[in-house]
Design a protein around this ligand. Structure first.
Ligand code: PLP
Length: 399
């Protein structure tokens, strides 16, 4: 072997949650307590999350997607309304716009950071536009000042997709509530996990009241304790709601995960810096750039682009890494190129060149707090070996 590369025996996944004895004990305690669904631990978790982010209302939910669904309803989105977002997001962001019978309007992204290109927002606004959903991609914030400026000038709401952003700050403030609403995810690959789960944050009391009712069958009061001693079994339905509540089983994980998310993020940042340093020597790979405005990055994902000089496709690159026991992810295929959206909104196909170019080339390599520095070095060695085998790295430069 030309690189002296030695394949490791075990598979390194691209992500793995950090679950410690403390979380396990708390879940077992919940199971034994007789109260396993929404209850005192869910309530405590919401208080902790509100305190951590500094926002008055944090509503925990079964998922971030659930939050995106009821968030759009609470914001009053109607059929025919237009909502501006980025194609570089998980499908749920766009799916929930579609479920609300509104029309997604896409704005292209920056090639270097993959954040929504705020300079293109203004041109996307029409008389039917009601709001903007920016995504804080990979744990860095979108450039909120110009986004908020466009929103204010056109009377639009902003609903932040902060699924990657627990701990992320933009100009000193935690992301999530620059305007009306924000949503975070606790899916197992995110910076902290409750297995499944999410939270909506808002500073608006009225919106919070509506969201509480929408979250749980349309009940006005939080009636989780109606069967407990002192609770009343009577309930009042004030609107037709969903069943998107957050269980104490999830909160048992979340309470300890939230208390450690600062450490988890610090570890992600260390590992990312090591990747940055080692990958700087690999010209066929373009890692995600860090935005130049003031922010705190949670390093949710380590995303790179496989350039033409690598002389292999991204899909081959992924397959070759897998052969070398390295797992990867794709975050994301540009949503407007997905079969449903390409058929429903053909006008976008070909109209978002940066997102489309990137969508074919990006790949997320392993990044999670339990990884070692040696794991990072191994991944970079595997990447170099893949490139050498493809005739890229180490081969005579052909630029
Ligand atoms: C994970 C994710 C979501 C959805 O989160 P769930 O909790 O899985 O519903 C939404 N948006 C983005 C950008 C995500 O990465």
């Amino acid at each position: 072997m030309r690189t002296g590369f030695a394949k490791r025996g075990d598979f390194l996944p691209f992500s793995r949650p950090t679950i410690r004895q403390l979380e396990i004990d708390e879940v077992v305690d919940t199971l034994r307590s007789g109260w396993i669904t929404t209850g005192p631990k869910a309530e405590r978790f919401e208080k902790d999350f509100a305190a951590y982010t500094g926002f008055p209302h944090a509503l925990a939910l079964s998922s971030a997607t659930a939050g995106q669904h009821i968030g759009l309803i609470a914001l009053g989105v109607k059929p025919g309304d237009e909502v501006i977002t980025t194609p570089m997001t998980w499908a749920s962001t766009v799916n929930m716009i579609e479920v609300a019978r509104a029309t997604p309007v896409f704005v292209d992204i920056h090639r270097a950071t993959l954040q929504i290109d705020e300079s293109r927002l203004e041109a996307a606004v029409t008389p039917r536009t009601v709001g903007i959903i920016p995504v804080h991609y990979a744990g860095a914030p979108a450039d909120m000042d110009p986004i908020l400026d466009v929103a204010r000038r056109h009377g639009l709401w902003v609903f932040e997709d902060a699924a990657h952003g627990v701990g992320c700050r933009y100009k000193g403030t935690h992301v999530g509530c620059y305007d009306r609403l924000g949503v975070f995810s606790f899916h197992p690959i995110k910076n902290m996990t409750t297995a499944e789960g999410g939270v909506l944050v808002t500073q608006d009391d009225e919106l919070a009241r509506t969201l509480r009712a929408l979250r749980f069958h349309g009940l006005e009061k939080q009636a989780w304790n109606r069967y407990a001693e002192g609770g009343s079994p009577q309930v009042e339905i004030v609107l037709p709601g969903f069943k998107y509540n957050f269980m104490d089983m999830q909160a048992a994980l979340g309470i300890h995960q939230l208390a450690s998310v600062g450490e988890f993020n610090a570890r992600r940042r260390e590992l990312s810096s090591l990747y940055d340093k080692l990958l700087a020597e690999v010209p066929e790979i373009e890692p995600l750039a860090v935005p130049d405005y003031d922010h705190f990055h949670t390093r949710h994902l380590y995303v790179l682009k496989v350039l033409e000089s690598a002389r292999l496709t991204r899909d081959r690159f992924i397959a070759e890494l897998k052969v070398r026991n390295v797992g990867t992810g794709i975050h994301f295929r540009a949503v407007h190129t997905q079969p449903y959206y390409a058929a429903r909104y053909p006008r976008w196909v070909g109209a978002l060149p940066v997102a489309e170019w990137v969508s074919e080339r990006l790949c997320s390599i392993p990044l999670f707090p339990l990884m070692s520095e040696d794991d990072v070095r191994y991944v970079v060695a595997a990447i170099k070996d893949v490139l050498v085998s493809a005739g890229g790295a180490g081969a005579p430069a052909r630029k």
